[in-house]
Design a protein around this ligand. Structure first.
Ligand SMILES: [Fe+2]
Ligand SMILES: [Fe+2]
Length: 136
Protein backbone atom coordinates (compact mmCIF):
# COMPACT_ATOMS: atom_id res chain seq x y z
CA UNK A 1 0.00 0.00 0.00
CA UNK A 2 1.31 3.46 -0.97
CA UNK A 3 2.03 5.96 1.81
CA UNK A 4 -0.63 8.29 0.37
CA UNK A 5 -3.25 5.55 0.72
CA UNK A 6 -2.25 4.96 4.34
CA UNK A 7 -2.57 8.71 4.95
CA UNK A 8 -6.06 8.58 3.43
CA UNK A 9 -7.12 5.76 5.78
CA UNK A 10 -5.61 7.55 8.79
CA UNK A 11 -7.46 10.73 7.81
CA UNK A 12 -10.71 8.73 7.81
CA UNK A 13 -9.87 7.51 11.33
CA UNK A 14 -9.01 11.07 12.37
CA UNK A 15 -12.42 12.30 11.13
CA UNK A 16 -14.09 9.70 13.35
CA UNK A 17 -12.07 10.82 16.36
CA UNK A 18 -12.94 14.49 15.77
CA UNK A 19 -16.61 13.57 15.46
CA UNK A 20 -16.39 11.60 18.72
CA UNK A 21 -14.65 14.47 20.57
CA UNK A 22 -17.33 16.96 19.50
CA UNK A 23 -20.33 14.67 20.15
CA UNK A 24 -19.02 13.49 23.56
CA UNK A 25 -18.17 17.04 24.73
CA UNK A 26 -21.51 18.44 23.65
CA UNK A 27 -23.49 15.56 25.14
CA UNK A 28 -21.52 15.79 28.41
CA UNK A 29 -22.41 19.46 28.75
CA UNK A 30 -26.08 18.97 27.84
CA UNK A 31 -26.43 15.99 30.24
CA UNK A 32 -25.32 18.27 33.07
CA UNK A 33 -26.51 17.59 36.62
CA UNK A 34 -29.39 15.45 35.40
CA UNK A 35 -27.02 12.63 34.54
CA UNK A 36 -23.83 13.53 36.33
CA UNK A 37 -22.19 10.10 36.00
CA UNK A 38 -22.81 9.94 32.24
CA UNK A 39 -21.52 13.50 31.81
CA UNK A 40 -18.28 12.76 33.66
CA UNK A 41 -17.69 9.54 31.72
CA UNK A 42 -18.36 11.24 28.36
CA UNK A 43 -15.95 14.01 29.25
CA UNK A 44 -13.27 11.59 30.36
CA UNK A 45 -13.56 9.44 27.23
CA UNK A 46 -13.52 12.57 25.01
CA UNK A 47 -10.00 13.13 26.39
CA UNK A 48 -8.95 9.65 25.19
CA UNK A 49 -10.36 10.49 21.76
CA UNK A 50 -8.31 13.70 21.75
CA UNK A 51 -5.18 11.66 22.42
CA UNK A 52 -6.14 9.32 19.57
CA UNK A 53 -6.60 12.34 17.25
CA UNK A 54 -3.13 13.54 18.23
CA UNK A 55 -1.50 10.14 17.58
CA UNK A 56 -3.20 9.82 14.20
CA UNK A 57 -2.19 13.36 13.22
CA UNK A 58 1.42 12.64 14.17
CA UNK A 59 1.45 9.45 12.08
CA UNK A 60 -0.07 11.33 9.12
CA UNK A 61 2.65 14.01 9.30
CA UNK A 62 5.40 11.34 9.65
CA UNK A 63 4.08 9.76 6.45
CA UNK A 64 4.32 13.09 4.63
CA UNK A 65 0.61 13.90 4.77
CA UNK A 66 -1.48 16.60 6.38
CA UNK A 67 -4.23 15.96 8.96
CA UNK A 68 -7.47 16.90 7.22
CA UNK A 69 -9.38 17.78 10.42
CA UNK A 70 -12.77 17.23 8.82
CA UNK A 71 -15.82 15.41 10.19
CA UNK A 72 -19.24 14.22 9.07
CA UNK A 73 -22.36 16.14 9.90
CA UNK A 74 -22.78 15.67 13.65
CA UNK A 75 -25.56 13.47 15.03
CA UNK A 76 -25.87 13.80 18.80
CA UNK A 77 -28.59 11.16 19.22
CA UNK A 78 -31.98 12.04 20.68
CA UNK A 79 -32.56 14.50 23.46
CA UNK A 80 -32.09 12.60 26.73
CA UNK A 81 -28.89 11.38 28.41
CA UNK A 82 -29.96 7.82 27.54
CA UNK A 83 -30.26 8.79 23.85
CA UNK A 84 -26.80 10.36 24.05
CA UNK A 85 -25.24 7.20 25.45
CA UNK A 86 -27.04 5.08 22.83
CA UNK A 87 -25.50 7.29 20.14
CA UNK A 88 -21.99 7.02 21.53
CA UNK A 89 -22.34 3.22 21.68
CA UNK A 90 -23.03 3.37 17.93
CA UNK A 91 -20.01 5.61 17.34
CA UNK A 92 -17.71 3.28 19.31
CA UNK A 93 -18.98 0.27 17.34
CA UNK A 94 -18.35 2.06 14.04
CA UNK A 95 -14.87 3.08 15.19
CA UNK A 96 -14.02 -0.50 16.21
CA UNK A 97 -15.15 -1.90 12.84
CA UNK A 98 -13.17 0.75 10.95
CA UNK A 99 -9.97 0.29 13.00
CA UNK A 100 -10.15 -3.49 12.52
CA UNK A 101 -10.49 -2.99 8.76
CA UNK A 102 -7.61 -0.52 8.61
CA UNK A 103 -5.33 -2.69 10.77
CA UNK A 104 -5.73 -5.56 8.33
CA UNK A 105 -5.21 -3.28 5.30
CA UNK A 106 -2.12 -1.37 6.49
CA UNK A 107 1.28 -3.09 6.35
CA UNK A 108 3.47 -0.54 8.20
CA UNK A 109 4.22 -2.16 11.62
CA UNK A 110 4.51 1.13 13.55
CA UNK A 111 1.13 2.31 12.22
CA UNK A 112 -0.56 -1.04 12.89
CA UNK A 113 0.75 -1.12 16.46
CA UNK A 114 -0.61 2.34 17.15
CA UNK A 115 -3.99 1.48 15.61
CA UNK A 116 -4.11 -1.72 17.69
CA UNK A 117 -3.50 0.33 20.82
CA UNK A 118 -6.34 2.71 19.85
CA UNK A 119 -8.61 -0.25 19.04
CA UNK A 120 -8.10 -1.73 22.53
CA UNK A 121 -9.13 1.60 24.05
CA UNK A 122 -12.23 1.82 21.82
CA UNK A 123 -13.22 -1.70 22.93
CA UNK A 124 -12.90 -0.57 26.53
CA UNK A 125 -14.97 2.59 25.79
CA UNK A 126 -17.70 0.44 24.26
CA UNK A 127 -17.82 -1.76 27.38
CA UNK A 128 -18.03 1.31 29.64
CA UNK A 129 -20.85 2.90 27.63
CA UNK A 130 -22.80 -0.37 27.30
CA UNK A 131 -22.62 -0.89 31.08
CA UNK A 132 -23.74 2.68 31.61
CA UNK A 133 -26.69 2.20 29.26
CA UNK A 134 -27.80 -0.89 31.20
CA UNK A 135 -27.84 1.13 34.44
CA UNK A 136 -29.90 3.99 32.98
FE1 LIG B 1 -10.76 7.07 19.65
FE1 LIG C 1 -13.74 5.63 21.79
Amino acid sequence: MEKAEVVELLNQDLSGEIEAILVYMRNAIVSGDEACKAARELEEIALDEMRHAEWLSELIVELGGRPSMTHRELDFGGDSPKDFVRRVVELEKEAIAQYREHISAIDIPEVRERLEHILREEEWHLEEFEEMLEDM
